[in-house]
Ligand binder design. Structure first.
Ligand code: ZN
Ligand code: ZN
Length: 278
């Protein structure tokens, strides 16, 4: 039986940090035999960029044309990766963007706290103690991040995929960066249970460049716990910003999911969930 290849969550030069143009990303995906390819340019209105990191008008216009060009060849999904922030002004901008452009799917991601991305050297990991700058305790920083992820699940706009849960574990300046269940059981269980209850898709994002092994986000441990709690909706994301990384480590991710017990990948498309056998 033919297994369909999916890669839902990718960027191109329409995003501020994209490297390859969309035409090239799509050509590469087609060459790799992808059946469902999801484009999800960045809209992080909370990070200080006036357009959120993508010119929406240009992106949606061009992507819809390309989607038509690929009809019958490859299912191109024209989506968006929305940066969640609890402040009402950003919630409103996210909601307005979705309403105006009606993306085929939405990845809701927590990238930042108060406009500061969780990348390495982020002020998020620093605090001052008696006038001296020190590293923020991991427990405190991660708890805050996890509480934002939990809040993002209640976002009052439509979304399908919960993007890269555990994102700071890639960049944090701690010797042990992991966000383990042993350390954050309550917070992680609350997130996973809410994802299940709200019928959202937990993303398996494999774009961690700092690791030589698969190191998915959500982590293997979180995926196992999600399955144990009854969660069955997962997506695969290379989160490629360049043609070289389209579908990276997909086979490894599929093997891991099968080993855990998952049988399907879920592809969101205009409010419907398409089940693709692993
Ligand atoms: Zn992201
Ligand atoms: Zn992304």
């Amino acid at each position: 039986m033919q297994k369909f290849i999916t890669d839902v969550h990718n960027h191109s030069t329409f995003s501020f940090d994209g490297v390859s143009p969309l035409e090239e990303m799509l050509k590469t995906a087609q060459q790799k035999g992808v059946a469902f390819y999801g484009v999800s340019e960045h809209f992080d209105f909370d990070e200080g960029k006036a357009d959120g990191g993508t010119n929406a008008e240009e992106y949606f216009h061009a992507a819809r044309h390309l989607q038509e060009d690929y009809a019958g060849v490859m299912n191109v999904l024209v989506g968006a990766e929305i940066g969640f922030s609890p402040e009402s002004q950003f919630i409103e901008r996210n909601r307005a963007l979705i309403e105006k452009y009606n993306p085929d799917f939405v990845v809701n991601s927590v990238h930042a706290r108060g406009g500061e991305d969780y990348f390495l050297q982020s002020p998020f990991y620093q605090t001052t103690c008696e006038g001296v700058q020190i590293m923020r305790p991991k427990k405190e920083a991660y708890k805050e991040y996890l509480s934002l992820v939990r809040k993002s699940l209640d976002a009052p706009y439509p979304f399908d995929i919960v993007g890269h849960v555990g994102y700071p574990a890639r960049y944090a300046p701690y010797a042990d960066k992991t966000i383990s269940i042993a350390g954050f059981r309550e917070e992680i269980d609350e997130i996973l249970t809410a994802i299940i209850k709200k019928n959202k898709i937990l993303e398996v994002n494999v774009s961690n460049r700092s690791s030589k092994t698969l190191a998915p986000c959500a982590s293997e441990e979180m995926l196992r716990r999600y399955f144990e709690l009854g969660g069955r909706l997962v997506s695969y994301a290379s989160d490629a910003h360049t043609t070289e990384t389209v579908c990276r480590r997909r086979e490894e991710a599929v093997e891991l999911l099968k080993a855990i017990g998952f049988t399907h990948i879920t592809v969101p498309c205009r409010g419907e969930y398409v089940k693709v056998e692993l």
